[in-house]
Design a protein around this ligand. Structure first.
Ligand SMILES: [Zn+2]
Ligand SMILES: [Zn+2]
Length: 194
Protein backbone atom coordinates (compact mmCIF):
# COMPACT_ATOMS: atom_id res chain seq x y z
CA UNK A 1 0.00 0.00 0.00
CA UNK A 2 1.41 3.41 -0.83
CA UNK A 3 0.03 6.73 0.25
CA UNK A 4 1.15 10.24 -0.75
CA UNK A 5 1.54 12.28 2.39
CA UNK A 6 2.53 15.55 3.99
CA UNK A 7 5.26 16.22 6.51
CA UNK A 8 4.66 18.77 9.25
CA UNK A 9 7.85 20.43 10.43
CA UNK A 10 8.27 23.01 13.18
CA UNK A 11 10.09 26.01 11.71
CA UNK A 12 11.98 26.63 14.97
CA UNK A 13 13.03 23.21 16.28
CA UNK A 14 13.51 19.65 15.03
CA UNK A 15 9.96 18.48 15.86
CA UNK A 16 8.47 16.78 12.85
CA UNK A 17 5.35 14.76 12.17
CA UNK A 18 3.53 13.25 9.21
CA UNK A 19 -0.02 12.77 7.99
CA UNK A 20 0.85 9.13 7.22
CA UNK A 21 -0.28 8.09 10.71
CA UNK A 22 -3.85 9.08 9.78
CA UNK A 23 -4.01 6.22 7.26
CA UNK A 24 -3.42 3.33 9.67
CA UNK A 25 -6.22 0.78 9.80
CA UNK A 26 -7.78 1.07 13.26
CA UNK A 27 -10.77 -0.58 14.94
CA UNK A 28 -12.34 -0.65 18.38
CA UNK A 29 -12.92 -4.19 19.52
CA UNK A 30 -15.99 -4.65 21.68
CA UNK A 31 -16.83 -8.33 22.16
CA UNK A 32 -17.40 -9.66 18.65
CA UNK A 33 -18.01 -6.23 17.20
CA UNK A 34 -15.40 -4.36 15.18
CA UNK A 35 -16.32 -0.69 15.42
CA UNK A 36 -14.71 1.75 12.98
CA UNK A 37 -12.32 4.37 14.41
CA UNK A 38 -12.28 7.92 13.04
CA UNK A 39 -9.20 10.02 13.60
CA UNK A 40 -7.86 13.47 13.01
CA UNK A 41 -4.62 15.28 13.75
CA UNK A 42 -4.11 16.65 17.27
CA UNK A 43 -1.37 17.87 19.56
CA UNK A 44 -0.66 15.29 22.30
CA UNK A 45 1.06 16.72 25.39
CA UNK A 46 2.28 13.27 26.47
CA UNK A 47 3.80 12.33 23.10
CA UNK A 48 4.92 15.96 22.72
CA UNK A 49 4.03 15.77 19.03
CA UNK A 50 1.26 15.88 16.46
CA UNK A 51 -0.57 12.56 16.57
CA UNK A 52 -3.60 10.77 15.18
CA UNK A 53 -6.29 11.36 17.82
CA UNK A 54 -9.87 10.10 18.09
CA UNK A 55 -12.59 12.05 16.32
CA UNK A 56 -16.30 11.84 17.18
CA UNK A 57 -17.77 14.26 14.66
CA UNK A 58 -19.32 11.72 12.31
CA UNK A 59 -22.64 11.10 14.10
CA UNK A 60 -24.74 12.40 11.16
CA UNK A 61 -22.95 10.14 8.70
CA UNK A 62 -23.21 7.13 11.05
CA UNK A 63 -26.97 7.70 11.48
CA UNK A 64 -27.40 7.86 7.68
CA UNK A 65 -25.39 4.67 7.20
CA UNK A 66 -27.49 2.85 9.81
CA UNK A 67 -30.69 3.94 8.01
CA UNK A 68 -29.49 2.71 4.64
CA UNK A 69 -28.33 -0.60 6.09
CA UNK A 70 -31.71 -1.02 7.79
CA UNK A 71 -33.42 -0.31 4.48
CA UNK A 72 -31.29 -2.93 2.74
CA UNK A 73 -31.87 -5.44 5.52
CA UNK A 74 -35.64 -4.97 5.41
CA UNK A 75 -35.54 -6.08 1.74
CA UNK A 76 -34.48 -9.51 2.89
CA UNK A 77 -37.71 -9.94 4.76
CA UNK A 78 -40.02 -8.27 2.29
CA UNK A 79 -40.64 -10.80 -0.45
CA UNK A 80 -41.18 -14.49 -0.62
CA UNK A 81 -38.44 -14.80 -3.27
CA UNK A 82 -35.79 -13.21 -1.09
CA UNK A 83 -36.92 -15.34 1.82
CA UNK A 84 -36.46 -18.43 -0.33
CA UNK A 85 -33.10 -17.19 -1.64
CA UNK A 86 -31.92 -16.52 1.89
CA UNK A 87 -32.79 -20.05 2.83
CA UNK A 88 -31.28 -21.69 -0.24
CA UNK A 89 -28.13 -19.69 -0.94
CA UNK A 90 -25.41 -19.56 1.70
CA UNK A 91 -23.81 -16.52 0.01
CA UNK A 92 -27.05 -14.60 0.32
CA UNK A 93 -27.27 -15.52 3.98
CA UNK A 94 -23.68 -14.57 4.79
CA UNK A 95 -24.11 -11.25 3.01
CA UNK A 96 -27.06 -10.52 5.27
CA UNK A 97 -25.10 -11.49 8.37
CA UNK A 98 -22.27 -9.18 7.29
CA UNK A 99 -24.66 -6.29 6.87
CA UNK A 100 -26.25 -7.01 10.25
CA UNK A 101 -22.82 -7.03 11.92
CA UNK A 102 -21.94 -3.78 10.14
CA UNK A 103 -25.16 -2.16 11.33
CA UNK A 104 -24.68 -3.36 14.92
CA UNK A 105 -21.13 -1.96 14.91
CA UNK A 106 -22.40 1.42 13.68
CA UNK A 107 -25.13 1.49 16.34
CA UNK A 108 -22.41 0.88 18.91
CA UNK A 109 -20.28 3.64 17.36
CA UNK A 110 -23.20 6.05 17.76
CA UNK A 111 -23.38 5.15 21.48
CA UNK A 112 -19.63 5.64 21.74
CA UNK A 113 -19.86 9.09 20.13
CA UNK A 114 -22.49 10.11 22.68
CA UNK A 115 -20.42 8.82 25.58
CA UNK A 116 -16.89 9.78 24.56
CA UNK A 117 -17.21 13.06 22.63
CA UNK A 118 -15.17 15.74 24.37
CA UNK A 119 -12.95 13.08 25.94
CA UNK A 120 -10.91 12.05 22.88
CA UNK A 121 -7.72 10.04 23.33
CA UNK A 122 -4.37 10.05 21.57
CA UNK A 123 -4.30 6.90 19.44
CA UNK A 124 -0.59 6.41 20.13
CA UNK A 125 -0.40 6.68 23.93
CA UNK A 126 -4.05 6.89 25.11
CA UNK A 127 -3.56 10.27 26.83
CA UNK A 128 -6.56 12.62 27.04
CA UNK A 129 -4.27 15.59 27.27
CA UNK A 130 -4.68 16.62 23.67
CA UNK A 131 -5.51 19.71 21.72
CA UNK A 132 -7.24 19.78 18.34
CA UNK A 133 -5.01 20.70 15.39
CA UNK A 134 -6.78 23.83 14.14
CA UNK A 135 -4.31 24.74 11.41
CA UNK A 136 -4.57 23.98 7.70
CA UNK A 137 -2.11 21.56 6.13
CA UNK A 138 -3.94 20.94 2.86
CA UNK A 139 -1.70 21.03 -0.21
CA UNK A 140 -2.50 20.80 -3.90
CA UNK A 141 -2.28 17.44 -5.61
CA UNK A 142 -0.22 17.54 -8.81
CA UNK A 143 -0.37 15.60 -12.09
CA UNK A 144 1.42 12.61 -10.64
CA UNK A 145 -1.06 12.34 -7.75
CA UNK A 146 1.51 13.59 -5.28
CA UNK A 147 1.21 16.66 -3.09
CA UNK A 148 3.05 19.76 -4.24
CA UNK A 149 4.76 22.68 -2.52
CA UNK A 150 4.66 23.77 1.09
CA UNK A 151 2.61 26.10 3.27
CA UNK A 152 2.49 27.58 6.76
CA UNK A 153 -0.26 25.81 8.68
CA UNK A 154 -1.16 28.50 11.22
CA UNK A 155 -0.63 25.98 14.05
CA UNK A 156 2.13 26.86 16.51
CA UNK A 157 4.25 24.32 18.36
CA UNK A 158 3.01 24.49 22.00
CA UNK A 159 5.80 25.51 24.36
CA UNK A 160 8.14 26.35 21.47
CA UNK A 161 6.23 28.93 19.48
CA UNK A 162 7.47 27.80 16.06
CA UNK A 163 4.88 27.47 13.34
CA UNK A 164 4.34 24.08 11.73
CA UNK A 165 4.99 24.10 8.01
CA UNK A 166 3.32 21.54 5.75
CA UNK A 167 5.68 20.10 3.15
CA UNK A 168 4.87 17.75 0.33
CA UNK A 169 6.68 14.48 0.63
CA UNK A 170 7.73 13.43 -2.86
CA UNK A 171 8.20 9.76 -2.15
CA UNK A 172 5.31 7.38 -1.88
CA UNK A 173 5.64 5.50 1.34
CA UNK A 174 5.11 1.76 1.23
CA UNK A 175 4.03 0.11 4.42
CA UNK A 176 2.66 -3.22 5.52
CA UNK A 177 -1.00 -3.21 6.39
CA UNK A 178 -1.31 -3.38 10.15
CA UNK A 179 -4.59 -3.32 12.06
CA UNK A 180 -4.48 -1.52 15.39
CA UNK A 181 -7.12 -2.64 17.90
CA UNK A 182 -8.37 -0.35 20.65
CA UNK A 183 -10.73 -0.87 23.55
CA UNK A 184 -13.78 1.41 23.73
CA UNK A 185 -11.79 3.81 25.93
CA UNK A 186 -9.40 4.45 23.04
CA UNK A 187 -6.47 2.51 24.48
CA UNK A 188 -4.35 0.40 22.13
CA UNK A 189 -4.71 -3.25 23.15
CA UNK A 190 -3.37 -5.16 20.16
CA UNK A 191 -1.90 -4.80 16.69
CA UNK A 192 -1.35 -7.34 13.97
CA UNK A 193 -0.53 -7.63 10.28
CA UNK A 194 -3.54 -8.14 8.05
ZN1 LIG B 1 9.21 23.71 17.78
ZN1 LIG C 1 0.07 10.61 22.82
Amino acid sequence: MSVPHINLNCEKCATTSTTLQLYSHRIYRDGDLEIPVQCTLGWCESCDNLRAVESFDDDDQVSKDICSLNAELSQYRSTLTTRLLTRLKPAYRSNRRQQEAQRDALIRRLELIGKRRGNEACLTCGSRNIRQFDGDYSLKIGDSFLYQGSKRTGFFHPGCGGEFVAEACDIRFHFARVTKCYNVEGELVDQFRT
